[in-house]
Structures are given as structure tokens and as C-alpha cells.
Design a binder for this molecule. Structure first.
Ligand code: HEC
Ligand code: HEC
Length: 380
């Protein structure tokens, strides 16, 4: 009995690390080399960056942001879910990037710390480790700098670097976990926080959908209607694959496609601001379509509720929804494909084959700060 008690308390208080310790193995789809996790994917067997023409099945993946240690990835997992990252300790990254909603939040636009609506929607984070440009308007080029956006934005997590590192260091569990993840460092720094968050987010890999099985040669992985959808997607009529290029289903470029602003918002100039180029007015980063069935509503401010609505937008004519008085340089691949209702249905059937959450990370039941997870007050 005594032994059991000692064991139990050792588990609850975790001996030295309060029951928290970091994984020493890489997440699935990574292999450990020189104490770093590197992606291992069948797509790496394909060498051509463009495959055999646009939309080709065996297209190589872009470079993946890997090279983090298993401990850094696992520390990032705890941080991502821990409301200690917000000023009033009520929200975490996972408040707006919910695992069960494709790491998006199911809202047309996210709600920040003080209950105000943000101007844009929360993108999915699956495969974000491949992206060279982050945010809808491509204003950030690395996950590390990106993370400082929500951490310090007054209406997101609203923190500042010093208060955050001090608050993390006040928890013995975190002091020990940071030591495991960054053995050579003396104290907790904001760079370690953003490295760990980047490490965790880069581990969110979704490349095992039924589409992928088809691409790797298993011809029965897609049904007839889905295959019809794939062919429309790749066709010169619909041109979807020109921008939503496999295997990530984004070419990572900016494109002006002319999605109308939501009723209560002024027109969002998007990438014009980032690059100071009038040609890019209303331009946004082409989003990946991976796990798209889980991330409604769609577009940069959740303008479309369903996949049908989003796909139908492309059939209504080039520039049809551009607000009066706006002059936009609509991308040359946006045309008037005049797809029939049946073809739109097939496209949607195909988009649903891009779902894969096999490598969903383990969601922590409790976090090192001891704060409750998912207690966020939703106020409107
Ligand atoms: C209040 C809701 C909210 C919180 C909290 C939040 N995000 Fe976001 N996130 C968003 C929104 C909205 C965007 C898109 C903003 C834009 O493009 O202007 C975004 C964009 C991103 C992107 C860019 C993805 C892409 O494809 O370009 C990453 C990465 C990201 N967030 C990670 C995080 C991390 C890490 C945290 C925690 C430190 C976090 N987010 C906290 C709402 C949130
Ligand atoms: C010229 C490049 C381009 C082409 C061609 C294109 N798209 Fe897009 N797509 C984009 C951009 C850019 C966005 C984001 C626009 C925004 O939010 O304002 C987008 C958004 C989407 C979204 C919503 C994604 C999300 O996460 O909210 C879907 C679904 C989509 N496209 C499907 C398609 C389909 C199907 C086709 C073919 C009929 C297609 N796209 C053709 C550039 C393109």
C-alpha cells in the first residue's frame, strides 16, 4: 500500500518533472538522424518539382522545415495547448487552431482575447512546415517570426516577451522541460518558445489521404465520381491545379481571385500591403486544400459556408464579385469555366478525398502550467 502511495505521488508530482517528460522519439512519418527528426515520405522518391505537367500525381514535395529534436517538438506540443501563452491565461494557440477542426476554428473570422473579431479566418496548420510564406497576405516567412504575431498581438494572446518567459520560468515543470529541449541554454528565452512552437507545427503532416494512395499507384483508392472530380480539377477548363498544385495543393504563390469582402468589413487589400505592389491588391496566398472538408467556412474571411459555395464562386465569371470602384488585376487562371452542377458535385467529391488525420498528435490532457485547457470564455 505504502509503495503504491509513493508510486502514485511520484506519478502525480512527477518526481522531478511533475509528471511531465518529453518524448525521445520522433512523431510518425519522421525518422531520427543525429538526434533530429527528418521527414520520411513516399513523395521524396519523386524528383521532378513539376512532375509530368501541372497537376501530375508524382510531383515532388517542396523542402520541409525539419531538423528539430523530438524533445523540442514535444515541448511545442505542450506550449501550443497551454493557456499560459496568453496574457490573461484564458487562450492558447489551440483556441483558434483546434485539432478537431483541421487546426482551424470553424469561424468565418477568429475571436481574439478581448472578444473582438479579427479581420481574417484561422488557417489550417496541417503541412504548415512546408510553407515559405505565412499568413493570408504572406507577411511572414518563417514559423518562428510568425508565432510572435499571435503571442504579442493585443487582440490575440496579448502577451509580451518578458512577462511570458518569466511566467513560464515560474513553473518548475516548464523549467525542466525547457532544459530537456534546449540542454545548452541557461534560462528560458522567447526564441526557445517560438522554436518549440515551430517544431511542433512542422510535425503536423497530412500526406496519407485516399488521394495520396491513388497518387502512389493504388488505383482503387478513389471511386469513379472522385476520379472524375480529380480530372476536372486538373483540367485546362477548371485550372484549379495551376494554383492548388499537388502534392500540397498550393503553389505557395499570391493570387488575386476577387473574393468579395464580408458585408461588415471594408475591402481587404491583402498582399498589396505586404509587398507594396498595387498589382497584388486583394491578393492572398493560395491556401492548401489538404483536410479542406474539416475547415469550413472558406476563404480569408470565411465568406463561403460550404465547399459547394466555394467551388461555385469560380464558375460565376471572372471578377464577378469585385466591389464597385475596386480595380483588381484578377489572375489569368481565373476564367469562366462554366462548370455544370454535376461537375461541381464531382469537384467537391474529389476535395473530400484530401482528408487525412492519421498523424494527429496526442492532445495533452493537462499542461505543465496546471491551467485548465479549453476554458476559454467565448464573448461576442
Ligand atoms: C485569436 C485566434 C488565434 C490565436 C490565439 C492564434 N492564431 Fe494563429 N492564426 C489566426 C488567424 C486569424 C490567422 C490568419 C491571420 C492572417 O493571415 O492575417 C492565423 C495564422 C496562423 C498561421 C499562418 C498559417 C498559414 O498558413 O499562413 C500560423 C502558423 C499560426 N497562426 C500559428 C499560431 C500559433 C503557433 C499560435 C499560438 C502562439 C496561434 N496561431 C494563435 C488566429 C489565431
Ligand atoms: C489563380 C489561382 C487559383 C485558381 C486557378 C484556383 N484557386 Fe482556389 N484559391 C486561390 C486563392 C488565392 C484562394 C484564397 C482567396 C481568398 O481567401 O480570398 C483560394 C481559395 C480556395 C478555397 C478555399 C480554401 C480555404 O482554406 O478557405 C477552395 C475550396 C478553392 N480555392 C478551390 C478551388 C477550386 C476547386 C478551383 C478550380 C475550380 C480553384 N480553387 C482555382 C487561388 C486559386
Amino acid at each position: 500500500m505504502n509503495h503504491l502511495l509513493i508510486l502514485l505521488s511520484a506519478f502525480i508530482y512527477g518526481g522531478s518533472s511533475f509528471g511531465f517528460s518529453l518524448k525521445k522519439t520522433c512523431p510518425p512519418s519522421f525518422e531520427l538522424r543525429d538526434r533530429e527528426c527528418h521527414l520520411a515520405s513516399l513523395y521524396q522518391l519523386y524528383s521532378s518539382p513539376h512532375g509530368k505537367g501541372v497537376g501530375s500525381l508524382r510531383t515532388a514535395l517542396p523542402q520541409h522545415r525539419g531538423g528539430y529534436s523530438p524533445e523540442q517538438i514535444d515541448l511545442g506540443r505542450y506550449l501550443f495547448f497551454d493557456p499560459i501563452l496568453s496574457k490573461d491565461k484564458s487562450m492558447s494557440c489551440a483556441s483558434c487552431h483546434k485539432p478537431e477542426l483541421g487546426f482551424s476554428d470553424g469561424m468565418p473570422r477568429s475571436t481574439g482575447l478581448n472578444g473582438e473579431l479579427l479581420p481574417r479566418s484561422a488557417p489550417s496548420l496541417w503541412n504548415v512546415g512546408f510553407l515559405k510564406k505565412l499568413f493570408w497576405d504572406a507577411r511572414s516567412s518563417s514559423l518562428e517570426t510568425q508565432a510572435k504575431g499571435p503571442l504579442f498581438h493585443p487582440n490575440e494572446l496579448g502577451h509580451n516577451a518578458e512577462a511570458l518567459t518569466t511566467s513560464l520560468a515560474s513553473h518548475k515543470a516548464y523549467r525542466e522541460l525547457f532544459e530537456q529541449a534546449f540542454p545548452k541554454m541557461q534560462s528560458i528565452t522567447i526564441d526557445q518558445v517560438t522554436t518549440a512552437l515551430a517544431a511542433f507545427q512542422s510535425s503536423l503532416i497530412s500526406l496519407n489521404s485516399r488521394y495520396d494512395r491513388y497518387a502512389h499507384g493504388y488505383s482503387h483508392a478513389l471511386t469513379e465520381p472522385e476520379l472524375k472530380g480529380l480530372n476536372i480539377f486538373r483540367s485546362f477548363v477548371a485550372r484549379c491545379a495551376e494554383c492548388h498544385t499537388p502534392p500540397l495543393f498550393t503553389n505557395q504563390q499570391i493570387a488575386v481571385i476577387g473574393v468579395p469582402p464580408p458585408e461588415d468589413l471594408p475591402f481587404d487589400i491583402g498582399a498589396e500591403k505586404t509587398f507594396q505592389k498595387p498589382m497584388l491588391r486583394g491578393g492572398f496566398k493560395v491556401p492548401s486544400l489538404r483536410n479542406i472538408a474539416h475547415t469550413a467556412p472558406y476563404m480569408h474571411a470565411g465568406q463561403f459556408k460550404t465547399l459547394h459555395e466555394a467551388v461555385r464562386f469560380y464558375t460565376s465569371g471572372r471578377g464577378h464579385a469585385v466591389p464597385e470602384g475596386e480595380r483588381l488585376y484578377i489572375h489569368w487562371h481565373i476564367w469562366e469555366p462554366q462548370l455544370s452542377d454535376i461537375e461541381i458535385d464531382r469537384l467537391v467529391d474529389f476535395l473530400k478525398t484530401l482528408s487525412d488525420e492519421t498523424f494527429m498528435p496526442e492532445i495533452p490532457q493537462r499542461v505543465p502550467s496546471g491551467l485548465p485547457i479549453g476554458n476559454r470564455k467565448v464573448s461576442h
